[in-house]
Design a protein around this ligand. Structure first.
Ligand code: AHM
Ligand code: MG
Length: 353
């Protein structure tokens, strides 16, 4: 029999320890408590993980099954064509949270009004806001996509469906994160105590810790923006892009999926931007379930998220599906974009005055 007093951890032992660090264990360790709130958040994160696993499984077979790829023929509340995967993923979140008892209301990009689960409402103390499939244009060409989520405390009964209590700034978020469906499936989350990443091990069916307390570099080489919109930008954003074109050390990377582009920047530094355009003066991205959750993550990782003139987390929306310009990433790179915006507005004020 092995004498365990002489036991020295080996590489194999470390590997076992790593394999055992599941998302649910990590969440409980983060909360350092078995209080009702901690147990609720842990259960919520487990439900989100289950949604991620179901969506990842469906995506992995997408090309092999009928009726997974392509459009439904409908348009959503944003006026965008809906894909079958958008509907599937939206329904996955609804169905996994229906039995949770924790969530009374779900608000998503795919639903005009929040979805109420009346049987949960007497006890459901949280609202889940989410984008079920971010980067929908990548689905049919087998490129990375994601899901984004944000958890807020449910305040008031608000069964009149006006969802007024959701119209609060991003500091009210209790947790935020995303699931990236790439070569592997990753779940990245924060409960306001750092940013942590997990990789789905399909053989275990578990998200296993991949990186803890991620810090975004203060500067990085990547700038990530759809330059096809150059003609639609104002002069400040045009001048920023001219600046990076004329200076050594920048690389353009843009996948068409915010989650994938954000993930690169979180790990390697740089800046992602989706500014206002002529057609969409507030940009394309939605505050409550795209920009605000990613802003919480980047701030927790030591970076910044800005509209260009205001921190994203300070923006108080006036409507559920409100859009916002987004500049997000390394502190120095976000500040560089903001400096162009500031200089232009100062010049404009001088010329006007
Ligand atoms: P979606 O949630 O409908 O897919 O829209 C959001 C996506 C982001 O993932 C991505 O950054 C952006 O839209 C791409 O838009 P564009 O094609 O205008 O560059
Ligand atoms: Mg979407």
């Amino acid at each position: 029999m092995t004498d365990m007093t002489d036991y020295q951890p080996t590489d194999a032992a470390f590997a076992v320890d790593r394999d055992c660090k599941t998302l649910s264990r990590h969440v409980l360790e983060q909360l350092q408590s078995f209080s009702p709130d901690a147990q609720d958040l842990s259960a919520l994160m487990n439900r989100i993980a289950l949604a991620g696993k179901l969506i990842a499984r469906h995506l992995s077979r997408a090309g092999l099954m009928e009726s997974v790829l392509g459009f439904t023929g409908e348009t959503n509340v944003q006026g965008e064509a809906v894909k079958k995967m958008d509907v599937y993923a939206n329904n996955v979140f609804i169905s996994v949270f229906k039995q949770s008892g924790l969530v009374c209301r779900l608000a998503s990009e795919e639903m005009d009004q929040p979805y109420y689960i009346p049987e949960n409402c007497p006890i459901g103390r949280y609202t889940l806001l989410y984008d079920p499939i971010d980067g929908s244009s990548n689905i049919d060409i087998d490129l990375s996509i994601g899901s984004i989520f944000s958890i807020r405390r449910q305040t008031g009964d608000d069964l009149d469906q006006s969802a007024q209590d959701l119209l609060q700034d991003g500091h009210q978020q209790l947790a935020a994160g995303y699931i990236l469906y790439g070569p592997s499936t990753m779940l990245v989350y924060t409960l306001g105590q750092g940013v942590h990443a997990f990789t789905l091990d399909p053989s275990l069916g578990e998200f296993i810790l991949a990186a803890e307390n991620i810090r975004v570099p203060s500067h990085g080489p990547t700038y990530s923006v759809n330059e096809g919109n150059f003609w639609q930008w104002d002069d400040a954003i045009r001048d920023f892009t001219r600046y990076v074109h004329r200076h050594e050390g920048y690389s353009a990377r843009y996948s068409g999926a915010l989650v994938a582009d954000f993930h690169r920047i979180l790990l390697q530094g740089g800046v992602f931007l989706y500014p206002g355009t002529v057609k969409k003066p507030e940009g394309k991205l939605r505050l409550l379930y795209e920009s605000a959750p990613l802003a919480m993550l980047i701030e927790q990782a030591g970076g910044r998220a800005s509209t260009g003139i205001q921190p994203i987390l300070d923006v108080v929306p006036t409507e559920l599906h409100q859009r916002t310009p987004l500049i997000i990433g390394s502190t120095e790179d976000v500040a560089l974009v903001e400096s162009f915006i500031y200089d232009h507005s100062r010049r404009q004020n001088r010329d006007d005055g």
